[in-house]
Design a protein around this ligand. Structure first.
Ligand code: GLY
Length: 345
């Protein structure tokens, strides 16, 4: 089993990787956290595939399982309320534990419910997607969407552990795989030019690549837990990507495709400003093509600009845009909304 640590003083935690490690999940969890009760939050995809296995290992009954629907469009206050209801019915206390089993939507919602129920109870994430293992389950960001913007409500709530069992990804549908590859390409672009080359090669060591992405995320979060500075570079492609998801009402495009389209838009902004080398968008589009990642998105440019204006990273009339200085290096560039809208045209 490989372990990467997120170092945050008394909030530090391990990200564990292995094949089949969830066979005996209780044995892994018990030395990490004490709990009186446990609730498993999963979704309609992960419950039938892996629910039974986890329930057996945790020695809990189906009464302690909260199964939510799937998809970004369910990241709402209504779903959070459903999860709270389950916590209440299960008599959770401040000594209890929430375990999430699923992709980013499940860890965001289950993590947010854990962050806020009784002012915060412990959570462990078991991600089942590439996005979950490389990004969403790591770093403590939890929350839900509003119709006006993605992740506008949320809390930082670090998990006690992130347990990544590669065997849970075997039945990952192709669309989820491509979504994950878009997030992996983001890590290569912001931090690891060698990874970008590896992704362009014929042999991609997926497990090593997933661990490397988690390692990059752990390093960045360990230095900047609450996104005061360095962590902002993880948002590369996400300012425009999240706005595309909002404009398409979280249904017409997957998160990965929106981020892929967002990365190309943000690379082009960098190219126009002379910050990003001029052949970068072309090189990234070639890699997207190899991976079968589409950057097609249907939205009105004026609506996109108005949603970008409501971004969480706005301060005054400026937004911290993350631009590539070269493949493997990103930096924060505050730009006025006026400038961004000109550059997005
Ligand atoms: N997904 C970006 C972050 O966790 O900061």
């Amino acid at each position: 089993m490989k372990t990467i640590n997120v170092n945050l003083g008394d909030k530090s935690y391990p990200i564990m990787f292995g094949d089949g490690i969830c066979q005996n999940i209780a044995k892994i969890i018990k030395p990490i956290v004490k709990y009186d009760r446990v609730v498993l939050v999963c979704d309609m995809n992960t419950y039938p595939l892996y629910g039974e296995r986890i329930i057996r290992s945790l020695e809990i009954s189906f009464d302690s399982v909260c199964v939510i629907p799937t998809g970004e469009s369910i990241k709402t206050i209504e779903t959070v309320s459903e999860i709270y209801r389950k916590f209440y019915e299960c008599h959770l206390t401040r000594e209890s534990l929430v375990i999430t089993l699923g992709g980013g939507v499940v860890s965001d919602l289950g993590g947010y419910a854990a962050a806020t129920y009784m002012r915060g109870i412990n959570v462990i994430h078991i991600p089942t997607t590439i996005i979950g293992m490389t990004d969403a389950a790591i770093g403590g960001k939890t929350g839900y969407d509003l119709p006006h913007g993605k992740n506008l409500i949320g809390a930082f709530h670090q998990p006690k552990a992130v347990i990544c069992d590669f065997s849970l990804m075997r039945s990952l549908p192709k669309a989820y795989f491509q979504d994950g590859m878009a997030e992996i390409i983001k890590y290569a672009l912001i931090r690891d030019a060698v990874m970008f080359e590896t992704l362009n090669s014929d042999e991609i060591p997926m497990r090593d690549i997933i661990c490397r992405c988690a390692e990059i995320k752990a390093e960045i979060v360990s230095e900047d837990e609450k996104e005061g500075g360095k962590r902002k570079i993880l948002n590369f492609g996400h300012t425009v990507g999240h706005a595309i998801e909002t404009c398409t009402k979280y249904t017409d495009i997957t998160h990965g495709n929106a981020v892929a389209a967002g990365m190309i838009a943000e690379i082009r902004i960098g190219e126009k400003l002379g910050i990003t080398p001029s052949d970068t968008a072309e090189a990234v589009l070639k890699l997207f093509d190899k991976m079968g990642i589409s950057v097609k998105a249907d939205y009105l440019p004026e609506e996109l600009i108005s949603v970008v204006g409501a971004d969480k990273k706005r301060h005054g009339d400026q937004i911290d845009m993350i631009l590539l200085e070269k493949i493997g290096r990103a930096a924060v560039y505050p730009l006025s909304l006026k400038k961004i809208s000109e550059l997005l045209k």
